[in-house]
Design a protein around this ligand. Structure first.
Ligand SMILES: [Fe+2]
Length: 155
């Protein structure tokens, strides 16, 4: 299964959902994966989320999980993630009619979905995937368990 919805995790209350792109960009970008074009402005950034978000979600995750905002400003290349095999995402702002697409190792499309805003879902990220049709900034919260055996790959 490449994705599933997670109704057991509650929606974030309004006071924990009203972060703007500008607010989030004030937090340091911690993304350590490969930049799409070295030297260029990254279309994917990762910013540790405030402690009150982590505290709200802690009953539903384990203490050692990472909690961060991710910003996506253009379509991503097909890739496997670095240091994680799956993640839980919660989209604040979709950035358009964005498709999340998965591919087999021959890069043949195997699944595609448009995730709604404000609905927790879990996705596999150790299978090739990308997002396409990004027209604005896609703002999401992402939660994951670090797994250093996931070595990632990017095309
Ligand atoms: Fe990814």
């Amino acid at each position: 299964m490449l994705y599933r919805f997670c109704p057991e995790i509650p929606n974030l209350p309004e006071e924990l959902s009203n972060f703007s792109e500008e607010d989030i960009r004030k937090i340091k970008d911690e993304f350590t994966g490969v930049k799409v074009e070295p030297g260029s402005k990254s279309s994917y950034t990762l910013h540790t989320s405030p402690l009150d978000i982590k505290n709200f979600l802690l009953p539903y995750f384990e203490e050692h999980y990472d909690f961060a905002f991710q910003l996506i400003t253009s379509d991503l290349p097909i890739h496997k993630d670095f240091e994680r095999r799956s993640c839980y995402n919660y989209i604040f702002s979709s950035g358009g009619d964005v498709n999340t697409v998965w591919y087999d190792d021959d890069l043949k499309q195997i699944d595609s979905v448009i995730f709604p805003e404000h609905v927790w879902h879990n996705i596999r990220v150790d299978t090739f995937h990308n997002v396409i049709n990004v027209s604005g900034t896609r703002i999401a919260l992402t939660v994951w368990e670090k797994d250093e055996t996931a070595i990632g790959k990017i095309f």
